[in-house]
Ligand binder design. Structure first.
Ligand code: DLL
Length: 432
């Protein structure tokens, strides 16, 4: 099976560590020189970039958080003059406080190559007809995978988020061999095919690369059985440029991390101390090659373990496990990342409801659904009419703010808060 970038994916580990150190030094220098936010942070800690002499010195550097990125919207963390920036994407978060990703021409080139590595590891070749149903737009998924697939030389169909029957028709007409998108969407396509009486073996599908939301081995098995493909996991996050951070190889024993472009720490989310090798912790990323948006020790909120042992496929890069869960209550639905804090902000404008609510994500049929269970502050006297109007008002405001469809379920006063406030802010039943 082809390895896209043999030199970097199969590097001797000592050579890799040396490359990481050199790139880390350059990155910290760039941050210090060009980003006032980082200069202040490093000055406050008395850290001089020249003092960074080993990879262990990374631990003295400050963390960067999602809040830091939001606070710097739109350009405050950009480390190059704007004329050097050739592309922006926005995180798929809410409309209220998005985070910006900026790319120079070199950043785009690296990004393309990293995604191409994942595609080659997932068996995609220039013979493939690749149907991409990630969204093309501010979300990094569509463009990111598109560029990588073109670099491989595959024939690319940028179908984006078309209606499901159209996806099926294109699969038939163009004999798509590879599907790329969100795993939940792949299952929706499978269900649509069944409804349209299209047999998977009448198609040419062979392989699929899926990511951008949590999924499980059970979900993988279901996708493989219903679409007659081999399914691979790909991982990334906007703050690191989008997809291309890690991807599975045919051994499917973890996702190979692009360690020559990202320095990965696995830390205890509470203490911030490294966890023992092989144990689960929060993935914390430092960019090593980014020009437009270098980030130091970015707290991803994703929990996984990392295994640095060599893989039978020949790649020497460490492998991360599937993301098991997150440190916060972010839920991902239809590719949108929803934070309970943003929901709370919208609900705060409604005096009729208490601050207690719960996000429940389910998959009752073909599509994932988001239910927001909201506790009423008290019971209005003319309860029927008022409650219906309130429910519709809240739903409309949340839909506009979060950019996803959802249903509001109003609960009697104290049905959540009565439990001593000990209830999860988000419940995701999709992967159970
Ligand atoms: O989802 C980038 C991406 C696009 C990755 C296409 C893969 C394919 P964001 O919208 O910023 O970026 O969401 C990033 O999604 O922190 C994880 O919590 C979650 N996530 C991404 N890939 C996976 C995966 C893109 N394979 C957030 N498994 C991350 C589980 C994933 N969770």
């Amino acid at each position: 099976m082809a390895i896209y970038d043999q030199r970097h994916e199969c590097m001797n580990r000592e050579e890799l560590l040396q490359l990481q150190l050199e790139r880390l030094q350059a990155t910290v220098n760039r941050c210090y020189k060009n980003v006032p936010f980082y200069r202040r942070r490093l000055d406050d800690l008395g850290i001089e970039p020249e003092g960074l002499q080993s990879l262990d010195d990374l631990r003295a550097l400050p963390f960067t958080t999602k809040e830091d990125l939001r606070a710097s919207y739109p350009y405050d963390l950009v480390a190059v003059p704007l004329r050097e920036v050739v592309r922006f994407h926005l995180s798929s978060g809410t409309t209220g406080a998005p985070t910006v990703i900026a790319y120079t021409a070199n950043d785009l080139q690296h990004w393309t190559n990293l995604v191409a590595r994942n595609l080659a590891a997932g068996e995609i070749t220039r013979e493939d007809v690749v149907q991409i149903f990630f969204g093309y737009g501010l979300f990094s998924g569509g463009f990111g995978l598109h560029q990588g697939a073109e670099a491989i030389g595959a024939s690319v169909l940028p179908v984006s988020e078309a209606e499901l029957p159209q996806q099926v028709k294109i699969m038939q007409d163009f004999r798509s061999t590879a599907l790329i998108g969100m795993p939940s969407y792949a299952l929706s396509i499978a269900e649509t095919m069944e409804r349209m009486d299209v047999e998977p073996n009448s198609l040419s599908l062979r392989v699929g690369l899926f990511g951008a939301e949590p999924w499980s081995e059970e979900r993988r098995a279901e996708i493989e059985q219903r679409l007659y493909i081999r399914a691979y996991d790909i991982y990334g996050l906007s703050e690191m440029g989008g997809p291309g951070v890690a991807g599975e190889c045919p051994e499917r024993c973890g996702l190979h991390l692009a360690e020559d472009h990202y320095l990965i720490e696995v830390l205890d989310p509470d203490s911030g101390a490294p966890v023992p090798a092989g144990q689960e912790g929060e993935l914390v990323f430092t960019t090593l090659s980014k020009e437009a948006l270098p980030l130091l020790r970015y707290r991803s909120g994703d929990l996984a373990s990392v295994d640095p042992s060599p893989c039978p496929c020949g790649r020497t890069t460490a492998r991360m496990s599937r993301i098991s869960r997150r440190t916060d209550d972010m839920v991902i639905i239809h590719g949108m990342n929803i934070f309970p804090a943003d929901v709370a902000q919208v609900l705060a404008a409604f005096p009729e409801v208490s601050p207690h609510f719960q996000l429940v994500v389910e998959r009752p049929g073909a599509l994932d659904e988001l239910n927001v269970r909201v506790e009423l502050a008290g019971l209005p006297s003319d309860i029927g009419e008022k409650v219906l109007r309130l429910r519709d008002d809240i739903a409309a405001r949340l839909r506009a703010e979060l950019g996803v469809d959802l249903r509001i379920i109003l609960l009697e006063p104290r049905s959540l808060s009565g439990q001593g406030g000990k209830y999860p802010r988000a419940v995701d039943t999709r992967n159970r």
